[in-house]
Design a protein around this ligand. Structure first.
Ligand SMILES: Cc1cc2nc3c(=O)[nH]c(=O)nc-3n(C[C@H](O)[C@H](O)[C@H](O)COP(=O)(O)OP(=O)(O)OC[C@H]3O[C@@H](n4cnc5c(N)ncnc54)[C@H](O)[C@@H]3O)c2cc1C
Length: 267
């Protein structure tokens, strides 16, 4: 590990000031990804600015709008808190189930939704929920739709020192998530999030299978038309020591069928 300074600001304003004054500083949330990266000397920030205790990032609230109800989940809300949240379980059970299936109890006790989204691991669970649910990422500078936020493997639209404040999820008509977890880590070998929005349109998002989370548009069209879903075809299928791309693509079809079976009312 390279030497760095640890900072624990007491407000978002202070955290942003610290970051603005040092372009080599990095935000620290649960540390589940960043700390191992430091240990392996893959990252050498000058300062770690701990955002995990900032009250502004810890809120989890339901917002009832005129046309749409949504949940705004603060960036520092931990996976275990999402998994156990009674209001979220009522409105968005697919999301609480997703959070309950991340990693293991230790990872869920530390890892945060903001850290997961900022990291954009191609096998992480949350990005598929954001994409399928048309979520919006709120930062200190702007609001970004999930479609524009995720930009490929470990890559997002976040600019230097931009801080995620929260993620906003519109409540869909119905939704379900199914994943085939890697047996050692829990990361998705294939994870499929299916959502039907209030207007009736379908969204299917896939993680663990490509070079980043992606929409499976052919599956959305087939479900809407009541047709059988075609095999997943892509030229960026993830290939690694755990599975070839063709196996992951097949798993995506199996997970899609599982998620459809879990949707309230079936489809
Ligand atoms: C053993 C293990 C198993 C895991 N299994 C799974 C799994 O099954 N599914 C899954 O989805 N994930 C899994 N994870 C990942 C984990 O869930 C965390 O979500 C992830 O590591 C990042 O979250 P964090 O809060 O720990 O972020 P950190 O590690 O603290 O930070 C990660 C990155 O996000 C940046 N960041 C953090 N907060 C903000 C913010 N508010 N604004 C801007 N940038 C920010 C940091 O600067 C850093 O670059 C696993 C991790 C481990 C170690």
């Amino acid at each position: 590990m390279y030497a760095f300074q640890y900072r624990r600001p007491s407000s978002v304003e202070e955290a942003l000031e610290l970051a603005a004054a040092d372009e080599e500083a990095k935000y620290l949330a649960g540390g589940m990804t960043l700390i191992p990266a430091l240990k392996h000397r893959l990252s050498s920030p000058s300062q770690l600015i701990d955002v995990a205790r900032l009250a502004h990032l810890q809120r989890c609230e339901r917002i009832d709008g005129d046309t749409q109800t949504l949940w705004r989940i603060g960036a520092a809300v931990r996976h275990a808190e999402v998994a156990a949240h009674p209001g979220l379980a009522q409105d968005l059970p697919a999301l609480t189930a997703l959070a309950a299936g991340i990693g293991d109890p230790q990872v869920r006790a530390r890892g945060t939704i903001g850290g997961s989204v900022a990291n954009n691991d191609p096998a992480a669970d949350y990005p598929s929920a954001l994409l399928a649910l048309n979520a919006v990422v709120i930062t200190n500078r702007r609001r970004l739709g999930a479609q524009d936020f995720f930009q490929g493997m470990f890559s997002t639209a976040l600019e230097d020192q931009e801080m995620i404040f929260a993620v906003e999820f519109p409540i869909p008509k119905r939704a379900a998530y199914a994943k085939f977890p890697h047996p050692a880590t829990g990361y998705a070998m294939a994870g499929v999030f299916v959502a039907q929005h209030l207007a009736g349109d379908w969204r299917v998002a896939v993680t663990g299978v490509g070079a980043g989370v992606f929409r499976w548009v052919a599956a959305e069209e087939a479900i809407a038309a009541g047709d059988p879903v075609p095999a997943l075809e892509r030229d960026d299928l993830m290939e690694d020591m755990h599975a070839p791309g063709s196996y992951r693509a097949h798993l995506a079809s199996v997970m899609l069928a599982k998620a459809r079976g879990e949707l309230a009312g079936g489809v």
